[in-house]
Structures are given as C-alpha cells and as structure tokens.
Design a protein around this ligand. Structure first.
Ligand code: ADP
Ligand code: ASP
Ligand code: MG
Length: 463
C-alpha cells in the first residue's frame, strides 16, 4: 500500500472553492494519506499582529483580531458544512477562548516572550486542521485531525525550533500509524510542534512545508506532495515576472538554493528531511491539480538551461566593515562572526573584497543597526587607530539570486548577469558566488529589486 503525505498551504485552505478542491484531491489519492495543513492565508500574520498589540498592553485590540479570525473561520465552516459543522464550531470556540486568555496575560505583563508567541500563533493551524478533517469526512473520506504537539518533537528554539528526529519518529509512528492502518486519513497541523515536555513551539514562518517533510520522513512515506497556489516552482516569482514558466524538474540542491534566496514556494529547510529519506517531492497547484507542477529530484537535472530560476529576498540590510588596517590581520573575520553570533543575527550572505579592505554582511534589516553598534564596540580600538575606517549600514536592500545546475563550469554567466543589470540601469551594491557554483547572488537597493529580477530573468529565459 502506498503512503502519501499531502501538504496544503494557506490559500489552499482559505476559501470554500479551494477547500472543495482539497477534498477532491485527497479523495482521489490512493493508499494511506496524511494531510498537513497551514493556517488560512493571512491568519498567521494577523496572529503575530495580535501578539504585538498584546505585548504593548493593547488587550482589546488583540482580542478583536482573534475574534475576527474566529468569525471568519466560523463562516467558512457554515459555508462548507452548514448545520453539520457543530462539532468543529465548538472546537474553534474553545481554541479562541484559550488564545484570548493567553493574549490577556501577555497584555498584563506587557511582554510577549518567544514562548508565548508560539502558543498564540499556532491558533491558525489548530483551527484549520479540524475544519479540513470535518470537510473530508463530510465528502466521504474518513478523517480525523491531530495537533502536531506531541508528534513533532523539537528543541526549545521558539519561533524556529529544530525537530529531534528519533523522538519524532517514535511518536509519529505510535500516534499516526494505527489510524492509517484503520483506513483513516489523518489531518495534522503544519508549523506546530512541541518540546519533549510538551511546550508548544513552531518551525519558523512558512514552516508547514517543513512539518510535511518531517512527517513524510518519520512515516517512510512514498511521496510528498506540496500543494500551493501556483504551478510548482517557476523560473521567477510570478508576482514579479508575468512570463515566469513552471519548471518540470529541479534538483534538491537547486530547490535548496531557491528557497534560501526567497522562493517562498518552498520553505528553506523542507528539502533536507526529504533528501535524507530519498522521498520524491512534488510541488503542485490546488487550483489546477491536473498540471504536472515540479518534481524535485535527487540528482542534478540538466535541461540545457544555464540559469533555471531567478529569485529575490527583500527586507535586508548590508553591513560593511571597512579599513586599510584590516588586510592580513589574522582573526579579523572571526571577530566579525563572533559578534554576529553573540547578537544572534542571522547572516544570509558574506562577501570579502580580494584586497581584504572590507567585509560585507547581509542580514535582516531589523537587526542591522543593532549589529552595527555591536561591531563598533568590538572594533572600538581599531576604529580609534583608523585600522577600521567605518562600519556602515545600507538598508533596505534585497538579494537577487540566479540559480541553476547548468551554471557549474559554464563560463561567462556572471558577465551576462551584470550585463543585463547594467543595461537595465540597476546598480549592484555587492556580489557573492556560492561555493557550490549553483548560484550567483548580488545585492541591490530594495527599490530596484523587481527591476533586477526581471532583467536577469529576461536575459536567461528569452524565447
Ligand atoms: P503556501 O501558502 O501554499 O505555502 P506560499 O505563499 O508560501 O504558499 O508560496 C507560494 C508563493 O510563492 C506563490 O504564490 C508565489 O507568489 C511565490 N513564489 C516566489 N518565488 C516563486 C517561484 N520561483 N516559483 C513559484 N512561486 C514562487
Ligand atoms: N502558517 C504559517 C505561516 O504563515 C506556516 C505556513 O503557512 O507554512 O508562516
Ligand atoms: Mg509557504
């Protein structure tokens, strides 16, 4: 008997039309089925906003946000299930009350810790999973929902927790397999997990894909199907490039680079558990289920293209540490990275000029000024001696990346990228080539991001 994990993203569970399509897709999938669902589109953002309001003491604003979410979900249930939705409505009410009390406590304390935040933002998946399970049952698929708390076991890095493979496998097999054997489709909350002690955690924004991959690995699934709102992985974000084409096949390595550099269509860490377990992954469209979408393959796929896709990631800051006294000084870069580690700022890209006169770091814009101050403290003696001239921040900037296996060993790719950007009048602030030779990434001003993506895409996908 085949075992399939199907993951449905936010837009796929947000409307009656989408949900009816979900029910059809699941029903037509043969064998044992595990369904992983996201919160409905926009819900997780709204929950973050509610938590922020509560942290500022605005309890009533926070409560209103959650009551509005509860109403929207109740309407969805009414549209889909009519009077048959009573049980689910009861579950939504319980979850809503619990979330509102959490928000009230946060408002009293005027502080939303990462731990409280995770408990609050998981409301979205906790309401969508029972809705999907009830709909499946109503449409003829025997189903039940489970929270991934107690199933996906993680460390306590709240907000971006890391699954513990062995514990997760044991729990998942214990809790999920009996239902599958009994012919029940199990609907599990994406994004949500818990520590060994049962404290709620989350796997990071966009993390439902990751949940699905972790569950697929723990269950030795035959296939992982990720259903979203586009025809698979495309040659660029279709919202930026209207003529973007869907890619039939991309390798795990390409998928990893693409997701790392902003192709929101797959979560950056998703591919790892799937690669290790050698489970085939397909990205498909809930709104056009007959489209073949994208298959992610273990081995490189050379389709004659040089650059397969152009992606971008915005909301970043570029920090430059510059000074003539830096060249040839051992340990300099190490001190820069000690500082980023101590400040817990995630570095997305590094480039060092060959003269060693400067080191550039690309980090999330909201951590850039804090990191600049920390670097100024770290190098205060060098700054006084003018060995380091300055620590500068440029923000907002975006990374634009051209990705493709065909770039390996193909000369002149960088020249074509820069030629295209030059003709489009885009100023390149910094560049880096990954050691994998699978991508060239560069930094541009945020305002020029879309223009840069279109120029690079046009250069490699003219046809
Ligand atoms: P889901 O809620 O299903 O997980 P996401 O919004 O996280 O969906 O991801 C899908 C979106 O990713 C698409 O609607 C598209 O706008 C965006 N996207 C960005 N880059 C790409 C790309 N290269 N290929 C396909 N989609 C992309
Ligand atoms: N709902 C979560 C988010 O919006 C996880 C996901 O959709 O994958 O980040
Ligand atoms: Mg997503």
């Amino acid at each position: 008997m085949t075992r399939t994990v199907l993951k449905f993203g936010g837009t796929s569970v947000a409307s009656p039309t989408a949900l009816e399509s979900v029910a059809r897709i699941v029903r037509e999938t043969e064998g044992e089925r595990v369904v992983v669902v996201s919160a409905t589109a926009g819900t997780t953002d709204a929950l973050h906003a509610a938590a922020r309001e509560a942290g500022n003491g605005e309890a009533s604003v926070a409560e209103r946000i959650v009551s509005d979410l509860a109403k929207a979900h109740a309407n969805l249930v009414a549209d889909l299930l009519g009077v048959g939705g009573g049980d689910v409505l009861g579950q939504i009410t319980d979850l809503t009350e619990r979330t509102i009390s959490l928000l009230r406590s946060v408002a009293i304390l005027h502080e939303c810790t990462p731990r409280s935040l995770d408990a609050i933002v998981t409301y979205g998946e906790k309401v969508s999973a029972p809705i999907v399970a009830a709909l499946l049952s109503a449409r003829g698929t025997k189903a039940r929902s489970l929270s991934a708390e107690g199933l996906i076991v993680t460390d306590d890095a709240f907000g971006h927790a890391n699954p513990l493979v062995e514990e997760t496998k044991t729990r998942v097999q214990q809790e999920v397999l009996p239902h599958l054997r009994d012919g029940t489709t199990v609907v599990i909350t994406g994004y949500v997990a818990s520590t060994v002690d049962g404290v709620t955690t989350t796997l990071g924004r966009g993390g439902s894909d990751y949940s699905a991959a972790v569950l697929a690995a723990a269950l030795h699934a035959d296939t992982l199907l990720i259903y979203t709102d586009v025809n698979g992985v495309m040659s660029a974000d279709p919202r930026i490039v209207h003529g973007a084409k869907s890619l039939e096949r991309v390798s795990y390595a390409e998928a990893a680079e693409l997701s790392y550099f902003g192709a929101k269509v797959i979560h950056p860490r998703t591919v790892l558990p799937a690669i290790e377990a050698r489970i085939p992954v397909r990205i498909l469209n809930t709104f056009a289920p007959e489209h073949a979408g994208t298959t992610i393959t273990a081995d490189p796929v050379f389709d004659g293209s040089v650059v397969k896709a152009t992606t971008s990631l915005g909301g970043l800051g570029l920090i430059t540490v510059q000074g003539a006294g830096m060249s040839g000084v051992p340990g300099f870069a190490a001190r820069v990275f000690d500082t980023t580690a101590a400040e817990r700022v995630n570095v997305l890209m590094i480039s060092q000029s060959s003269s060693e006169n400067s080191i550039c770091l690309v980090v999330p814009a909201d951590g850039a000024d804090r990191l600049r101050r920390a670097l100024e403290r770290m190098f205060s003696a060098e700054l006084r001696r003018h060995d380091v001239e300055r620590v500068e921040v440029e923000a907002p900037v975006a990374i634009v990346a051209a990705v493709g296996e065909g770039m390996r060993g193909t000369p002149g790719v960088a020249a074509r990228v820069f030629g295209a950007l030059g003709r489009a009048g885009v100023n390149v602030i910094a560049i880096a080539q990954g050691s994998s030779e699978l991508n060239i990434s560069l930094v541009v001003a945020e305002a020029e991001r879309d223009k840069a993506v279109r120029a690079v895409h046009e250069e490699f996908h003219r046809s």
